[in-house]
Write a protein that binds this ligand. Structure first.
Ligand SMILES: [Zn+2]
Ligand SMILES: [Zn+2]
Length: 187
């Protein structure tokens, strides 16, 4: 069975070098649907609690929310950073609180202090799925991602990992020592 949850992200981007309106900076509400598959955990009668899927995903994905996403070769990147620098907000601001841990993968680097994500490829809906799967594949048993942004959408399916041990009391994944990181249950 699958547990399914969604989260939404407000972001700005553009497709540098693209011959169309999208070469201009613009914004979206993107909706990411995550599908996690496993057996039903008899203790809680769930595959995985959706609020926990959301929490795990949001930890990294909040770096894309109210963020600017630009490709690494986009000349807007140094231009914007220089404005942020002059304004004194490049390395953070007291009101910039919603930050996940900085990350760097083959596909993207997050700079939470200035709400910027620099990507290797243009951040299309397809590109976003590649970035996000890479960030979350080891944390959740993801079998499908769907990302929509306005009228654009993309979806990708993945092979499920083998069954993972979950806490019979709160449903979240046990750590490598067989202990529930939330309630302390031991297998
Ligand atoms: Zn767009
Ligand atoms: Zn537990």
């Amino acid at each position: 069975m699958k547990s399914i949850t969604t989260l939404d992200l407000q972001y700005a981007h553009r497709f540098y070098g693209f011959k169309g309106e999208a070469q201009y900076l613009h914004g979206h509400t993107g909706i990411l649907t995550l599908e996690v598959e496993d057996t039903v955990n008899m203790g809680v009668n769930m595959v995985f609690p959706c609020n926990e899927i959301k929490k795990t995903a949001w930890e990294v994905l909040q770096n894309f929310d109210h963020a600017l996403v630009l490709r690494e070769d986009d000349p807007l990147l140094p231009a914007i950073l220089s404005v942020y620098e002059k304004q004194g907000i490049k390395n953070g601001a007291p009101t910039n609180k919603q930050k996940g841990p900085a990350f760097k993968t083959d596909f993207a680097t997050a700079y939470p202090e200035c709400r910027l994500v620099v990507t290797k490829e243009s951040m299309t809906v397809e590109g976003m799925i590649k970035i996000v799967y890479d960030l979350l594949k080891d944390k959740l048993n993801i079998v499908k991602f769907t990302f929509t942004s306005g009228v654009n959408g993309a979806t990708e399916e993945y092979k499920a990992h083998k069954e993972r041990a979950r806490c019979p009391l709160c449903g979240i994944m046990l750590n490598e020592n067989g202990v529930c990181p939330k309630c302390g249950y031991r297998a």
